[in-house]
Design a protein around this ligand. Structure first.
Ligand SMILES: C[S@@+](CC[C@H](N)C(=O)[O-])C[C@H]1O[C@@H](n2cnc3c(N)ncnc32)[C@H](O)[C@@H]1O
Length: 273
């Protein structure tokens, strides 16, 4: 039987405006729900690790253990290796892999983690089954994804409404599920987990510096990344639409009372096999 493989197109790509967002992430701001479950000798797999800043933090938290970061995109792993080397971490390595068919024997890892990955894959339930397969009995599968429809901001902006509507249409056309956060628990139950702890966590962008940083990520990504090409190429938007969305982000960031909340779903699933 052929190995299952990714059917979705990764909506964001790895443009500098995307990597600025990913490299801001830490275990503290993106995996807090998992941290009190970690023990120094654990063996961890970080699936869809991207540029590896969370991976490196996890490695520092298991100094007697080991972390392997895997991603489907080979290029971004060079960045992840450089991050780990700059931090002097010797207990981390990286490899190319598709979450739907991981090249590890059953029960290899104590924890299998994925942050902002299942929203981009074609078969999130199959991905969770495969993550469980490589988790040892009693170990944990830990997943966190944002939920675009639950993102909210102030002040109201028609241009930002257009951004959200466009993003969700493009992500779905690419085979992903942008409103993944609310679905994680359901996907885990469908994957056969019976011990699932489901929580939520947020990021907030409110100060002038936070608003500028967050809005520039989207203002730039909307006109100058693979996302822009997918939006226009798929007939979802014109170049003028994208420029208007980009301008709306910058206008929002100028509002002194501006506030943006990003809601995430989180699941900790014990492998009871
Ligand atoms: C939004 S980024 C998250 C990166 C990192 N986990 C973080 O939060 O900073 C999603 C990553 O998942 C990777 N990815 C997408 N589909 C994948 C798949 N089927 N298997 C493994 N990685 C995948 C992408 O290449 C990308 O680097």
């Amino acid at each position: 039987m052929p190995k299952p493989q990714e059917t979705a197109v990764y909506t964001h790509g790895h443009h500098p405006s995307v990597l600025r967002s990913h490299t801001w992430r830490t275990a503290a701001n993106s995996a807090a729900y998992l941290l009190d479950r970690l023990e120094p000798g654990m063996k961890i797999l970080d699936v869809g690790c991207g540029p590896g800043t969370i991976t490196a933090d996890l490695a520092a938290l298991v100094p007697d253990g080991h972390v392997t970061g895997v991603d489907r995109a080979p290029g971004v792993l060079e960045r992840a290796r450089a991050t780990a080397a700059a931090r002097g971490l010797a207990n981390v390595d990286f490899a190319v892999a598709d979450v739907h068919a991981l090249d590890y024997p059953d029960g290899t890892f104590c924890v299998v983690h994925a942050h902002q990955v299942l929203q981009h894959v074609g078969d999130p339930v199959g991905a969770l089954r495969e993550m469980r397969r490589v988790t040892r009995p009693g170990g944990l599968v830990a997943v966190r994804d944002c939920d675009y429809a639950a993102m909210t901001w102030y002040p109201a902006s028609a241009g930002m409404d257009a951004w959200l509507d466009l993003y969700r249409r493009v992500a779905r056309a690419n085979g992903g599920e942008p409103d993944a956060g609310r679905r994680l628990k359901s996907w885990a139950l469908r994957a056969g987990f019976t011990d699932v702890t489901a929580t939520s966590g947020t990021w907030t962008f409110s100060t002038a510096g936070e608003r500028r940083w967050w809005s520039e990520l989207w203002a730039e990504r909307t006109v100058a990344s693979v996302y822009a090409a997918l939006a226009t190429g798929g007939g979802h938007a014109t170049d003028a639409d994208l420029r208007a969305v980009s301008a709306a982000w910058r206008e929002w960031a100028e509002q002194p009372d501006g506030w943006f909340g990003v809601m995430h779903g989180e699941i900790l699933c014990r492998n009871e096999a």
